[in-house]
Design a protein around this ligand. Structure first.
Ligand SMILES: [Zn+2]
Length: 256
């Protein structure tokens, strides 16, 4: 990472942190309500989620698709084809998600991404504590956040994938963060695009940062907020693969 981008990243992280501190100060004056239901909070260890919101969280546990982490409901008989991975020709090996992007999971992402709600990381940390198999998946890995284009990052003030990677690295044994990818094209939002369009939209949109080194003996896990079609994670995997990476896996906060 160059000195200037390192400084820029530091400044952006500081800004995100300042919002968190301000939120904390406001909470001292006004009692908090659940960010999903708006009702008062229970004393169950969650900072911003009521018991009702927690009941509408869907942490993902086995059995699930090995490629994208989507849960298989009911009894698993033989191998089951995952609807999310049928057309995906993954350049990564395995994928996991912590939650389904439904109900409370969707609200957490929305708060984190679009409302600058870095404070929800404290509840994501709490959820992470309840899903040991997700933590085990990240153990010993070098976590690489999916980058935002610098213009979008400047507008948002932070990269949510970097914040998630840093949280995961703090909570998992022997994991570290390497912020070594950059976005070379400011691609349009994937939200309204169909599967094929998503792949074309992010094709060749990523590169290694100048001076970044890939070690073929390291296990890398790409980190993003949501897995939808896998297009973005696949495009990032291709960059790592062509730079000589050996094992590449992916992990996201939620599966959409
Ligand atoms: Zn899948």
């Amino acid at each position: 990472m160059s000195g200037q981008s390192s400084l820029e990243s530091l400044t952006l992280q500081t800004l995100a942190l300042s919002k968190e501190v301000l939120r904390g100060m406001r909470d001292l004056v006004f009692p908090r309500d659940c960010l999903v239901t708006g009702i008062g909070l229970d004393e169950d260890g969650h900072h911003y989620l009521s018991g009702e919101a927690v009941r509408n969280l869907y942490p993902i546990r086995s059995p699930h698709c090995q490629t994208c982490g989507f849960p298989f409901f009911g009894e698993l008989i033989g191998t089951r084809e995952c609807p999310h991975c049928i057309e995906l020709d993954p350049d990564f090996e395995q994928g996991r998600s912590l939650l389904l992007a439904r109900d409370t999971g969707r609200a957490l992402i929305h708060e984190l991404k679009y409302r600058g709600g870095a404070y929800v990381l404290s509840d994501i940390q709490r959820i992470l504590a309840d899903v040991p198999e997700f933590r085990t998946f990240l153990e010993g890995a070098t976590l690489i956040p999916v980058p935002l284009h610098r213009k979008r990052q400047r507008k948002r003030g932070f990269n949510q994938s970097l914040l998630l990677a840093e949280l995961f690295a703090r909570e998992v044994n022997e994991a570290s963060v390497a912020n070594i990818l950059c976005r070379t094209r400011n691609t349009s939002s994937q939200t309204r695009l169909k599967r094929r369009e998503r792949h074309n939209n992010v094709k060749n949109a990523f590169a290694l940062r100048r001076g970044a080194i890939i070690d073929s003996g390291i296990r890398y896990v790409l980190i993003d907020d949501v897995f939808t079609t896998g297009a973005t994670l696949n495009a990032c995997s291709k960059v790592l693969r062509s730079a000589g990476a050996g094992q590449i896996d992916v992990a996201t906060l939620a599966h959409g």
